[in-house]
Write a protein that binds this ligand. Structure first.
Ligand SMILES: Nc1ncnc2c1ncn2[C@@H]1O[C@H](COP(=O)(O)OP(=O)(O)OP(=O)(O)O)[C@@H](O)[C@H]1O
Length: 263
C-alpha cells in the first residue's frame, strides 16, 4: 500500500562514524536511505549496537552525519527543532515539580501564556488518564505513570514529529502493553509522525505501520517490512503472528519445523 502523505523525513546516503577508543574512525551507520511520510508510525528495530539511536539522533538533529543528508519538510536537519520532541527511557521529569507543572514546563518554554498552558496541560493529562495525579510529584508515581507524564508533556506541545527511544524498555510487560495501546490511540487521534526505537520484535510489529530492520557492524538497513494490519489489532491476531515470524526469520532467530515457528 502506497503512502499518499508527503515525505516528512528523508535520509539520503547517510553514513556516520565515531572515533573509537584508539581515535580511529568507527563506521556506525553506512549508506542509510529512508523516507518517512507525514503521520507515519515507523519503528527502528535491531540488536544492540546496530545504530538505531544514532539514526534517530541524526533525524532529531542531535548529531550530524559524516556524509549524506537528512531533511525534514525539505529542509536540512542540522540541529534539534522544538517542533519535534524526543521521549527517552528515563522519563526526564523534574523531581521538584509536580505532574501538572512538569507538563506546563514545555508549554511555557514555547512561550505560551500561563493560563493557556495550564488548560492545555490539564487536557493532555486527561488524555493519558492522569488528571487525578496532577498535584503528585514524580517520586510518588510508578514508572509507567512517569512515562505517561513524559508522553503528556511531549504531546502537549503538539509536535509534528515524536522520536521515542526505547521509551518502555524499563517497564514491566503489563504496563508496557497498556502504554503501547495508549500511544497508538493518541497517534490515531493526533496523527503526529512517530519514530520509535526498540529492540523488541513484538513491540515493533504491534505498533508500527513499517518496521525498519537494522543489522550491526556496520549499522545498516537490512529490510523494511510493511505491516498491513488495522491498528491496534488483537495481540493474538494471526496476521500479527505471521509478521512476527517474518521478522524473527529476518534475524535468523526462528527455527522452522513443519512450517511453524518455534520461538
Ligand atoms: N558519541 C559516540 N561516540 C562514540 N561511539 C558512539 C557514540 N554514539 C554511539 N556510538 C557507537 O555507535 C554504535 C551504535 O550505537 P547506538 O546507540 O546507535 O546503537 P543502538 O542500536 O541504539 O543500541 P542499543 O539498542 O544498545 O541502544 C555503538 O557501537 C556505540 O558504541
Amino acid at each position: 500500500m502506497k503512502n499518499e502523505n508527503p515525505v516528512k523525513i528523508a535520509v539520503a546516503n547517510v553514513s556516520k562514524s565515531f572515533p573509537d577508543a584508539r581515535g580511529e574512525q568507527l563506521a556506525v551507520l553506512v549508506d542509510i536511505n529512508l523516507q518517512i511520510h507525514a503521520g507515519e508510525f515507523l519503528c527502528l528495530l535491531g540488536p544492540s549496537g546496530c545504530g538505531k539511536t544514532t539514526l534517530m539522533n541524526l533525524m532529531a538533529g542531535f548529531e550530524n552525519p559524516t556524509s549524506g543528508i537528512l531533511t525534514i519538510d525539505g529542509l536540512t536537519v542540522d540541529r534539534p527543532n522544538p517542533k519535534h520532541i524526543t521521549i527517552f527511557q528515563d522519563y526526564g521529569l523534574f523531581p521538584w515539580r509536580n505532574v501538572l507543572d512538569n507538563v506546563i514546563l514545555g508549554l511555557e518554554a514555547k512561550g505560551m501564556k500561563s493560563k493557556e498552558a495550564r488548560a492545555k496541560a490539564e487536557e493532555y493529562l486527561e488524555l493519558v488518564g492522569l488528571s487525578q495525579f496532577a498535584r503528585s510529584f514524580p517520586r510518588q508515581l510508578s514508572g509507567g505513570m512517569k512515562q505517561r507524564v513524559a508522553i503528556a508533556r511531549a504531546l502537549a506541545v503538539e509536535p509534528d514529529i515524536i522520536f521515542m527511544d526505547e521509551p518502555f524498555a524499563a517497564l514491566d510487560a503489563f504496563t508496557r502493553y497498556r502504554l503501547q495501546d495508549e500511544v497508538l490511540r493518541i497517534w490515531q487521534e493526533k496523527k503526529p509522525t512517530i519514530i520509535f526505537v526498540t529492540h523488541d520484535i513484538d513491540e515493533a510489529v504491534y505498533l508500527a505501520q513499517r518496521v525498519v530492520i537494522m543489522s550491526p557492524n556496520p549499522g545498516r538497513i537490512s529490510r523494511v517490512i510493511n505491516i498491513k494490519l488495522q491498528k491496534p489489532c488483537d495481540r493474538g491476531d494471526a496476521g500479527l503472528t505471521a509478521y512476527r515470524g517474518q521478522v524473527f526469520r529476518e534475524f535468523e532467530l526462528a527455527h522452522e519445523t513443519n512450517s511453524e515457528y518455534i520461538i
